[in-house]
Design a protein around this ligand. Sequence first.
Ligand SMILES: C[S@@+](CC[C@H](N)C(=O)[O-])C[C@H]1O[C@@H](n2cnc3c(N)ncnc32)[C@H](O)[C@@H]1O
Ligand code: SF4
Length: 414
Amino acid sequence: MHKSESSIVGWAESSKPNSGLRGLSPTHGLSTPPLALYVHFPWCVRKCPYCDFNSHTLHGELPQERYIEALERDIEAQAMQVRGRPLVSIFLGGGTPSLFEPAAIGRVLAAARREFATAEPFEVTLEANPGTIERGRFAEYAAAGVTRVSLGAQSFDAQALHALGRIHSPRDTLRAAEELHAAGLVNFNLDLMYALPGQTVAGAVNDVAQALALEPAHLSHYQLTIEPGTLFAAAPPQLPMDDIAAAMLTECRDNLGTAGFEQYEVSAYARAGRRCRHNLNYWNFGDYLGAGAGAHGKITQASQGLIVRTAHLREPRRYLASDPCALEQKPVAAADLPFEFMLNALRLPEGFKMETFEARTGLGWQDICAAMQGLEARGLVECTGARYRATSKGLQFLNDVLLAFLPAPPLCTG
Ligand SMILES: C[S@@+](CC[C@H](N)C(=O)[O-])C[C@H]1O[C@@H](n2cnc3c(N)ncnc32)[C@H](O)[C@@H]1O
Ligand code: SF4
């Protein structure tokens, strides 16, 4: 799962849950959106102290064969529920999918191709840790069907990488990028984090410059956040002050713009034609199946006026021991849909069309107009042409904006 899918940025003062979302209309007008597949690989060489993803230090041998067999069964079982719908993309995320051999990844992709028709051009992204890449490996992943790679560079400063507990060096990232170019996988992303322990604005700017020198097609630029339950939460490192972090973001964003990278989501920058289709599907409130330990899915059952969230057991051993058909399924309440839609769509600087909101939630303008008008009056959202979007102030205080779409608390009748 992509980091920015669930993370929320910026809280403004005087935030309070909205009370204008009572009595939503039923979800009659739902249409079937595009469908993607997310496959989770839950192991890493070592758990990073800042990471709250469902990733686990690998102790002993990787249970590659058992896990791939479980994924094959999982994909097969879930395909039954969405028969006839083609896939638009696959994202092999983690954890560290690049711990798995190319032949193993090929088996997962073959299982997906057996069960689904695929839309063209078809995007298949593999997340890779630069510390796990052997010579020739990317060429083999490409031969197995991978079309795009997301490389966890994080920083080009050896000290910063050490402070982040990374298993790789700046040199490993350089080598991995060379391998990507040699394999013809030029559509690759680099993940960078900024506001790292001890980092200066010049340091953050230098990281972006070094990343650009590797000629990626896409760059994800995340502010390091201290997540509950991580080692960093238990023993927080000294991080740059907020105004320094804001200056890092402004300078890095400007430099990326000058280098021809368009910001198309809060943390995502791409060259023309290189936006990540898979993540765009999340942000446009499309559907996705989630296969593997802890993977989540979202499926629209238009004829029944239902949107269902699915989830697998998080712990890899328990997932392996479970029946792949025993997937937790929960319908999303109509009252939760405005928030869930906006959590995704308002991350896009270009925002969304009202018809997309209506088709993908089954709700109508009347269900959000009070909230939207309130936000417009506060200069946090705007309507340009046929699109609604967060203003630059709204993007800065996105949490505050999203509060306006939370379901209203029950009325007090006492
Ligand atoms: C699930 S990780 C997968 C990448 C791969 N496992 C790796 O780390 O090389 C996706 C990305 O999320 C970002 N990330 C993870 N934890 C973060 C945090 N606490 N704050 C900001 N970004 C984070 C990192 O940039 C990471 O590369
Ligand atoms: S390698 Fe990636 S997924 Fe694994 S612990 Fe580190 S950041 Fe998390």
